[in-house]
Design a protein around this ligand. Structure first.
Ligand SMILES: O=C(O)CCC(=O)C(=O)O
Ligand SMILES: [Fe+2]
Length: 332
């Protein structure tokens, strides 16, 4: 099994960014100071640890399935290759259908489906809190993510090989709504506000790492922040091991228009009034917008010299003007 028992622990002499720890059970119970902590984390930085989320068994199972699946022969994995058309599902599926390797199907009922269900529940609980604090009518965000219509939400396992010297995933913001991430080895880095350097986020057992994605930043008129992050080789002796991460991305229904929900919240309308007009109106549905970005991510579609933000879709939120993006470019 990749991770905890056989690999060295995160080195003590490597600087890390101490994310705020939010207790999911307290948030769910309506504890005001915990909700306040979540709100501050989501509006100031966009990243936080989440403990007591109750998905540990399924997360462990997903690490096992991920390792088993990504160890399949390439010829087997290529049957599920995601293609260059902007689809995200599959082994990075020709079309957005859902077929899976036998290693995944074998645990669909006992691991994958419960992992997806529970992850959706956790993220929806957090989204309900954000709706209220953003002054939105109940359901205004969560309804845009209900499973009644096709959406872009996705469970994913990523593997990066040992002994690398370059980034596993370059600097980016997540394009979905909320990300529920599980790490065992270090490698994830964030650039906190006011700091001119990348800092590791240390994986803590039982703690998920959550972050706001661009769709939520857009719905909220920028009140909730999607922050840049990247994946580098794990620090110290951990670098000699394969690194796996397991993630659930909550993303909007495909037909949802991606723009600030100003007409439903005074607070959002005021935030949008202060920003250049185009920043929070993509003029696209979530599916169109995501496909645009994934197409840019695919190497085969990249032309000419790359800048660090090429994969982000430069149309997004005037990214080249974002202070965090400028800092990341300078520190790359
Ligand atoms: O592997 C990780 O820790 C983070 C992965 C990530 O940022 C992503 O898949 O968007
Ligand atoms: Fe990410």
């Amino acid at each position: 099994m990749p991770g905890l028992t056989t690999t060295p622990s995160f080195p003590i002499n490597v600087p890390t960014h101490p994310l705020v720890v939010v207790d999911y059970l307290l948030v769910k119970a309506g504890d005001t100071s915990e909700i306040d902590k979540l709100w501050r984390a989501a509006t100031e930085f966009g990243f936080w640890y989440l403990k007591n989320h109750g998905v540990d068994r399924e997360v462990n199972g997903m690490f096992d399935i991920g390792a088993e699946t990504l160890d399949l022969p390439l010829s087997e994995k290529m049957k599920y290759e995601q293609g260059d058309n902007g689809d995200s599902f599959g082994y990075k599926a020709r079309v957005t259908h859902r077929t899976y390797p036998s290693t995944v199907n074998a645990h669909m009922e006992d691991v994958v489906t419960p992992f997806v269900r529970k992850s959706m529940e956790v993220n929806n609980t957090l989204l309900t809190v954000f709706e209220r604090l953003l002054g939105l009518p109940e359901g205004e965000i969560t309804n845009r993510h209900s499973t009644e219509k096709p959406c872009g939400s996705e469970a994913r396992c990523i593997k990066t090989p040992p002994n690398q010297s370059t980034a596993g995933i370059g600097a980016h913001t997540d394009f979905g709504t909320l990300t529920f991430l599980h790490n065992r080895l270090g490698g994830l880095q964030v650039m906190p506000p006011g700091v001119q350097e990348w800092q590791y986020v240390k994986p803590l057992p039982g703690h998920a790492i959550c972050n706001v994605g661009d769709a939520l930043a857009i719905f909220s008129g920028g009140i909730l922040r999607s922050n840049l992050h990247r994946v580098m080789p794990p620090p110290g002796a951990q670098s000699r091991y394969e690194r796996y991460s397991v993630t659930f991305f909550t993303r909007p229904q495909n037909s949802v228009i991606l723009r600030a929900l100003s007409e439903h919240s005074q607070m959002i309308a005021e935030a949008v009034a202060k920003a250049p007009r185009e920043e929070f109106d993509t003029g696209a549905t979530a599916a169109e917008w995501v496909a645009r970005r994934i197409r840019k991510l695919r190497l085969r579609n990249r032309k000419g010299p790359e800048t660090w933000y090429a994969s982000m879709g430069t149309e997004h939120q005037g990214v080249e003007r974002r202070p965090d993006a400028i800092r990341a470019a300078n520190a790359a």
